[in-house]
Design a protein around this ligand. Sequence first.
Ligand code: SF4
Length: 222
Amino acid sequence: MQMSRKERCLKIAELLKKEYGTSHCPLNFQSPFQLLVALILSARTQDECVNRILPTLFERYPDAHALSLSDADELSQIIQEVTYSDVKVTYLRDSAQIIDQRYGGEVPSDRMALLSLPGVGRKSANLLSVEAFGVDAFPVDTHVQRVSYRTGISLSKNVEMTEKTLCQFVPSNQMKELYRQMIEHGKKYCTAVSPRCDKCCIRLYCETCTPTQKEEQYFWSF
Ligand code: SF4
């Protein structure tokens, strides 16, 4: 019997939960401010690289006020490992200044206010909402987009459309777990180049997967 896309999505969510259990946010943070900084740094940069830089950065600039007063050259030196570090220096200092002056040093929880901060796009605002403020949202990064599109959960390569689809299909109490598990799956198996479909736990429900691979999983699932 043909599955609907929603049924496929929920089955995949169930299998990813079995595979990865309780996943964690891939970025290390202890406050909304720290997560905001990590997210600005993480654009086109691996999470592992960002996590390496964060302890030094937060020791030197523990809050928005300190970061807003930072010396651009010194900040640039600390974050030199990340991609587009010069642009990110500007984003970090400008965002910190807005948070310090307009919001009394606290990162705002309002989504529109988050989106108005330099260096904060839709994915980052959603991720802050769900991780730092406990608000239902589905952050769609490159891994979530790739897994959603390849499996056939999303019919679109547009991240906004994929986000809408996931928000329609996934119950709100599962969004936080599922977005994390999709990221983990995208890093480990559903990689951009040479995905490891033969070892993938959701291949039976993936539209990209070949019929041969599906038969193999069918066989081994008993
Ligand atoms: S079967 Fe392949 S393409 Fe489909 S989700 Fe798994 S790794 Fe990705």
